[in-house]
Write a protein that binds this ligand. Structure first.
Ligand SMILES: [Zn+2]
Ligand SMILES: [Zn+2]
Length: 204
């Protein structure tokens, strides 16, 4: 589904986003479908930007890497989980990743707060996981599960998946200071900047 002139959303177990210039946000669970879509739009996937290391966002990462040889980008904290050097931070993540048979994969570039990958600015928004990242691209923020959308409203994800709820809320306060038009979450539909700011005030 085309969201804007330059961004498409592909729904799987989580939302995956593809920009016209080859940034893929999260690999999700449908590598073959993503590649097929990119090919049919003449887009070469050059960077796979992982928002965080939860299985629903990375389960097909190894396969997508093999298919595209694109660079894998993730925050240094969650990169350790993706590479299998650390277990998932919460038991539920460990269970799901073993059920989904998530494969380890090497992260090519680890990033931290304030860095840039091409046109994408890295904002560290920890809380959902320690290495949760929001990728800011032009007037859009790809938030992963730092904020999601449910029944027409912004929402925090279920607390069983959350690593540190207090930090999650604080990160959103930081994010709300950025000048954005839209937030594209890891689950649900697009969130407007006004909706988001209202939500952040309510939870903080
Ligand atoms: Zn998550
Ligand atoms: Zn998720």
């Amino acid at each position: 589904m085309q969201l804007f002139d330059n961004v498409w959303m592909l729904k799987g177990m989580c939302n995956t986003y593809l920009t016209y210039d080859g940034y893929l946000i999260d690999s999700g669970t449908k590598a073959d479908k993503i590649l097929q879509f990119a090919n049919s739009h003449n887009i070469t996937i050059k960077e796979i930007m992982i928002t965080h290391a939860h299985p629903d966002h990375i389960v097909d990462l190894k396969r997508l890497k093999d298919l595209t040889n694109a660079e894998i980008i993730a925050h240094e904290f969650d990169a350790r989980v993706i590479e299998g050097k650390l277990p998932h931070y919460k038991i539920v993540g460990r269970l799901i990743s073993s059920i989904m048979r998530q494969e380890k994969v090497k992260v090519d570039v680890t990033v931290k707060e304030g860095e840039k990958i091409g046109d994408i600015f890295i904002l560290h928004t920890p809380g959902h996981t320690p290495g949760s990242v929001t990728y800011i691209y032009k007037n859009i923020a790809f938030t992963g599960d730092a904020v999601i959308e449910k029944k027409g409203n912004p929402s925090l994800s279920n607390s069983i998946f959350s690593w540190d709820r207090k930090m999650e809320k604080k990160s959103l306060l930081v994010l709300s200071a950025y000048k954005l038009d839209y937030l594209l979450p890891g689950h649900g539909n697009t969130i407007s900047s006004e909706q988001f700011k209202k939500f952040v005030q309510e939870i903080n």
